[in-house]
Design a protein around this ligand. Structure first.
Ligand code: HEM
Ligand code: HEM
Length: 181
């Protein structure tokens, strides 16, 4: 997309997706911490079923969000020091890739346990690994590590947003803020 055609603010759909995914991710960490430990023979019921239902919804919304971004574009970063712009872009890429990868890792682990994964708890999805596959079981640990790395990336991202809102007092947060229009 050329510079002239670039919008000044995130469009309403992009903003709605950003904040609904944020709420779902916050809920998803809460569920991960509250749900029982997943062991051999654990069944995907109760809070674990919720973790899977919310996690697969995040995956679906992330795919929609990337397609929407590809179709409608995003505003260029506001002017600022080059290192800050590079860091902001890097963190955005880490968040996009990370929140596509993380649910898939959980899904692979769930498949190795012989669980059927349902999108939003409703629509049955295919298994991504055979039941009992060792490599797929290991993805449970990778899932956990990636989740905490992403929590760090969110911390950096929020710190950046607050820096712009409170110290720089520029339009960065305003153009992503949910509002009419
Ligand atoms: C953005 C989405 C997700 C986030 C943020 C997330 C986060 C987490 C976290 C933090 C844990 C570790 C909990 C602990 O410390 O004990 C965990 C465990 C787990 N999650 Fe997720 N998760 C997501 C999506 C999913 C999905 C889509 C599935 C399955 C389809 C899933 C299945 C699991 C399973 C099976 C475990 C236990 C893994 C094990 O102990 O081997 N997660 N998740
Ligand atoms: C789960 C937590 C979050 C994730 C995964 C996330 C992810 C993202 C991503 C991927 C972008 C880039 C959008 C694009 O260009 O297509 C973005 C932009 C943005 N996010 Fe977040 N975000 C989260 C939470 C937050 C929070 C809590 C705030 C505010 C305190 C925030 C403020 C912003 C702002 C202001 C932008 C626009 C940046 C700019 O214009 O340069 N985000 N977010």
């Amino acid at each position: 997309m050329n510079q002239a055609a670039q919008p000044a603010v995130y469009n309403p759909v992009a903003r709605a997706l950003h904040w609904s995914i944020f709420l779902l991710i916050a809920a998803e960490f809460g569920l991960a911490w509250l749900m029982p430990d997943v062991r051999r023979g654990t069944q995907p019921v109760g809070l674990i079923a919720w973790h899977i239902g919310v996690g697969t919804s995040i995956l679906a919304l992330m795919v929609l969000r990337l397609l929407w971004r590809g179709a409608t574009g995003a505003p260029a970063l506001l002017p600022g020091p080059t290192w800050q712009q590079h860091l902001a872009k890097l963190v955005h890429v880490v968040l996009y890739v990370g929140f596509l990868l993380l649910p898939v890792l959980g899904w692979i682990n769930a498949s190795s346990r012989g669980w059927t994964v349902h999108l939003a708890g409703l629509v049955g999805l295919p298994a991504l690994a055979p039941t009992g596959a060792g490599w797929a079981h290991e993805m449970g640990d990778v899932h956990q590590v990636v989740a905490y790395v992403l929590l760090g990336a969110i911390g950096l991202h929020v710190a950046g947003a607050l820096f712009h809102a409170v110290i720089e007092r520029d339009d960065t947060l305003r153009r992503m803020w949910p509002r009419r229009g």
